[in-house]
Design a binder for this molecule. Structure first.
Ligand code: FE
Length: 131
């Protein structure tokens, strides 16, 4: 069971940087190849930058070349929620943090084994806790 976090947009705006707010709360996207964790190989745990929930483990991270940190699986299936996203004339699957509802990125069916999935996640939505 996760304890859901509900905050007003005003509270989120106070706690997050403008760029974090734009991506996490307004479903924005950071520019490709600019994020802090695109090329990171540091062992550790990636937490939600908004609420601190554990989201991804470093061993699932791979170099996709797409310009955003990419993972083949979340740390547990219940840590992320998936939603159909038809914005910008595309059919994509949006990924959000299951605890606070913040936008993380999208998941695509072109990842490596063992899952065949690519969780394409904004660096600004993540906080790496090195292990
Ligand atoms: Fe969260």
């Amino acid at each position: 069971m996760t304890d859901k976090i509900q905050k007003t947009e005003e509270e989120w705006r106070r706690e997050l940087t403008p760029e974090q707010y734009r991506v996490l709360r307004e479903k924005g996207t950071e520019s490709p190849f600019t994020g802090e964790y695109v090329d990171t190989d540091t062992p550790g745990v990636y937490l939600c930058a908004a609420c601190g929930q554990e989201l991804f483990l470093s061993f699932t991270k791979f170099h996709s070349g797409c310009g955003w940190p990419s993972f083949f699986a979340p740390s547990k299936s219940e840590t992320v929620d998936e939603h159909e996203d038809t914005s910008f004339g595309m059919r994509r699957v949006e990924v959000t943090c299951s605890r606070c509802g913040s936008h993380l990125g999208h998941v695509f069916p072109d990842g490596p084994r063992p899952t065949g999935l690519r969780y394409c996640i904004n660096s600004v939505s993540l906080k790496l806790e090195p292990k």
